[in-house]
Design a protein around this ligand. Structure first.
Ligand code: LLP
Length: 431
């Protein structure tokens, strides 16, 4: 149950290339991205807004997968870029991403991060807290510059297992609270600030969301606040940023909407709210991360040791795990996989896929239906494109895996595999 081709040898293909050959050429574990899928995902959002004649910015949330090559694809597709740290900002600069289309996020931006953003005239800072407003003000004065700013608010909507509940008293480390007067106080600091161009509001209601309802509810809450500020102070927002969180399919349990549906529904709702208020339609900004790269990536592993506990379970160990994909251990996230060199064979048994880290919780997939597996087979895990490489770590001093892009029948290494020298390169001797 996957979108990939299987060739005559029974091997899984991605982007027209035999994955078994890629495993041989680059080694395993290996992240592979089908660039066409990334581009299609970018275009699904951008085109829908264009077709509806709605002014919008689609910012790729680079936390999902940041690398120079990936940021360059976002640039080629005309997206904006959401970064949340100096490291992601630095990557964007190295990729030659247009600075005016970069948005900086974060609930604890450092003075260095803010200086870097202001010095380089990035497009927008999404302010999160009072300390930050004060630091931005000081820096703008020092540099004699202006900066576009959005205010991040917590709309009091929580996405819980695909249902949305309104919480009277929201509890989040991000943004200004709408109910308790903090957003009002921040509004007064930002509106009419001599060097801050206060463009509008931002919110992000959660991740891996399969309905439009929560986004529409968030837009409604934001417009209620805008109505108050419009009435009292004549405030007209130029931008409404509704964040990311558009869900994807990992397994058959997931039921995502086509990406254009989100854009369509959001566009229509914001147009209605603006018309009700008799203000011009603000630009809609969104920040998809997972929906851009999640389904475009797979991970290849080599199968090593196997263990059968009679009457209990079969374990198949692979040469990666929570170091290259933390999501199963961290969120009990589920994935589907096939044996890439036996992709034409029907499953005949079930086995649980174990990582190689020294930790019982390092399990990638529970009870996966598979054909008979042998040591040396290549396991391909699907939909690992988001928050896989970006949350990779060095537990057990395992070097980070390589990343390969495939497009038009060509493969290209875009992140090198780390070496053991890389692993110890910051270590200093104590003798
Ligand atoms: N915008 C903001 C302000 C965010 O906080 C996030 C995600 C996004 C956009 C992008 O969300 P996406 O479209 O990718 O769902 N590590 C977790 C996900 C954490 C998401 C944090 N913020 C995971 O592996 O599922």
């Amino acid at each position: 149950n996957h979108p990939y081709e299987v060739n005559e040898q029974g091997h899984l293909e991605i982007g027209g290339i035999d994955t078994v050959n890629l495993a041989e050429k680059y080694g395993t574990p290996l992240y592979i991205y089908d660039v066409k899928t990334i581009r299609d995902n970018c275009r699904a959002f951008v085109r829908t807004f264009e077709e509806l004649d709605i002014k919008a910015q689609v910012a790729y949330a680079s936390k999902a997968f940041s690398s120079i090559a990936m940021v360059q694809i976002a640039k080629q597709e005309g997206l904006s870029l959401d970064v949340v740290s100096e490291g992601e900002l630095y990557t964007a600069f190295q990729a030659g991403f247009p600075k005016e289309k970069i948005h900086l996020h974060g609930n604890n931006k450092s003075i260095e991060e803010l200086s870097m953003a202001i010095e380089h005239d990035i497009g927008c800072i999404v302010v999160d807290n009072f300390l930050e407003i004060e630091m931005i003000g000081r820096l703008l004065e020092k540099y004699g510059k202006n900066m576009d700013v959005l205010m991040r608010v917590t709309p009091g909507i929580e996405s819980k297992t695909h249902k949305y509940i309104m919480t009277g008293n929201e509890d989040s480390k991000f943004g200004f609270n709408l109910q308790n007067g903090q957003a009002e106080e921040a509004f007064h600091m930002l509106y009419k600030h001599p060097s801050i161009n206060f463009k509008g509001l931002h919110c992000h209601i959660g991740s891996q969301i399969f309905e439009t309802e929560g986004f529409l509810l968030a837009a409604e809450v934001l417009f209620k606040q805008i109505a108050v500020w419009n009435d009292k102070y004549g405030f007209i927002p130029e931008v409404l940023n509704l964040g990311g969180g558009f869900g994807i399919r990992y397994t058959g349990e997931d039921t995502p909407l086509p990406l254009n549906k989100y854009a369509e529904k959001l566009g229509a709702a914001v147009a209605d709210f603006a018309a009700d208020l008799e203000i011009p339609m603000p630009e809609i900004w969104i920040e998809p991360g997972r929906a851009i790269v999640g389904n475009a990536g797979i991970t290849l592993y080599s199968i090593g040791s196997m263990k059968n506990i009679p009457g209990v379970r079969d374990y198949i160990s692979v040469n990666g795990g929570m170091t290259d994909n933390l999501r199963p251990a961290l969120y009990q996230a589920k994935y589907e996989a096939v044996i890439a060199n036996k992709a034409n064979q029907e499953p005949s048994k079930q086995a649980s896929i174990a990582g190689k880290c020294c930790e019982s919780g390092d399990m990638l997939i529970k009870d996966l239906p598979l054909p008979e597996a042998e040591t040396g087979d290549i396991l391909a895990v699907f939909s690992t494109g988001a928050y896989g490489y970006s949350m990779a770590n060095h537990y057990n001093r395992i070097p980070k895996a390589a990343v390969v892009f495939v497009e038009d029948g060509q493969d290209k290494l875009v992140v090198q595999r780390e070496s053991y020298e890389d692993v110890v390169k910051n270590d200093l001797s104590y003798e």
